[in-house]
Ligand binder design. Structure first.
Ligand SMILES: Cc1cc2nc3c(=O)[nH]c(=O)nc-3n(C[C@H](O)[C@H](O)[C@H](O)COP(=O)(O)OP(=O)(O)OC[C@H]3O[C@@H](n4cnc5c(N)ncnc54)[C@H](O)[C@@H]3O)c2cc1C
Length: 224
């Protein structure tokens, strides 16, 4: 059982992890309290500020990582299984081609597939970030301005051959200031595949910053 909340809310409460967790389980929802009348902790309460990640170079000679093996973003819109299953589907014919001799001389025989998958998840990441950063504009796009494009995205049509990037996505990227100078770049593998906690807001996941002085999540949260 876990509690998901903004870290500022957790910090404001000034409670220990254990007290916070137990109180939330009691207060979060009456139905939850009814179903768990007695709380028995089987281990310490753990906290994690951000568990998204992105693996650099997840395809190469003889291997392709699929799904969570290379990238995980906020699961709030439940895209994880779709992405995993579709990546498996996309990889199958490519693997077959490789076994039959295609692209054997290339340094990365699956480079196109890798870029294709990254660009698809980038669409999701920008949609999700718009939801959190600009909820009103996001709602406006869903309900009035771009309903058709948004329906497409929610249905998992996030890849290049599925009308992406759509005008809705351009609009989100503009809102997030990810167009123009800070536009996503796919020129080199290093640029599009940086291991991240929160690429655009490293302060929210300090532990994942490159060369971060923060050693552990617990230290980042401060003394309790
Ligand atoms: C809190 C949370 C909520 C989520 N909610 C949703 C949701 O509502 N809808 C949705 O679609 N997605 C959701 N997701 C995402 C979804 O669960 C994942 O994206 C999806 O399960 C990824 O599938 P996968 O096959 O890549 O990895 P996994 O499902 O993690 O499968 C990897 C498997 O490999 C096994 N394994 C690991 N190491 C080894 C080893 N060395 N040897 C043998 N086996 C090994 C693991 O035990 C595991 O069974 C959620 C994720 C989280 C964390």
């Amino acid at each position: 059982m876990g509690i998901v909340c903004p870290s500022a809310y957790f910090l404001d409460k000034k409670e220990s992890k254990r007290d916070f967790y137990i109180r939330e389980l009691r207060e979060l929802h009456p139905e939850l309290s009814r179903r768990i009348p007695e709380i028995k902790l089987v281990e310490d309460v753990h906290v994690i500020p951000n568990y998204s990640y992105q693996v650099n170079g997840f395809c190469g000679k003889g291997f392709i990582c699929i799904g969570d093996a290379h990238r995980f973003i906020d699961p709030i819109f439940s895209f994880g299984l779709t992405v995993t299953m579709r990546e498996g589907q996309f990889a199958a014919p490519i693997i077959r081609g490789y076994l039959e001799g295609a692209n054997r001389d290339k340094p990365n025989p699956f480079a196109d597939h890798q870029l294709f998958c990254e660009m698809g998840i980038d669409v999701l990441e920008d949609v999700l970030d718009s939801f959190w950063e600009h909820p009103l504009s996001f709602a406006h796009c869903v309900y009035s301005r771009y309903t058709e494009y948004m329906t497409d995205m929610f249905a998992g049509r996030i890849y290049g051959h599925e009308r992406q990037p759509t005008p809705a996505l351009h609009s989100f990227r503009k809102l997030l200031k990810r167009e123009g100078e800070r536009e996503r770049s796919y020129e080199t593998s290093d640029l599009y595949s940086i291991p991240i906690g929160s690429r655009y807001h490293p302060e929210r996941a300090a532990i994942w910053e490159v060369n971060s002085p923060v050693e552990t999540t617990e230290k980042w949260l401060g003394p309790r």
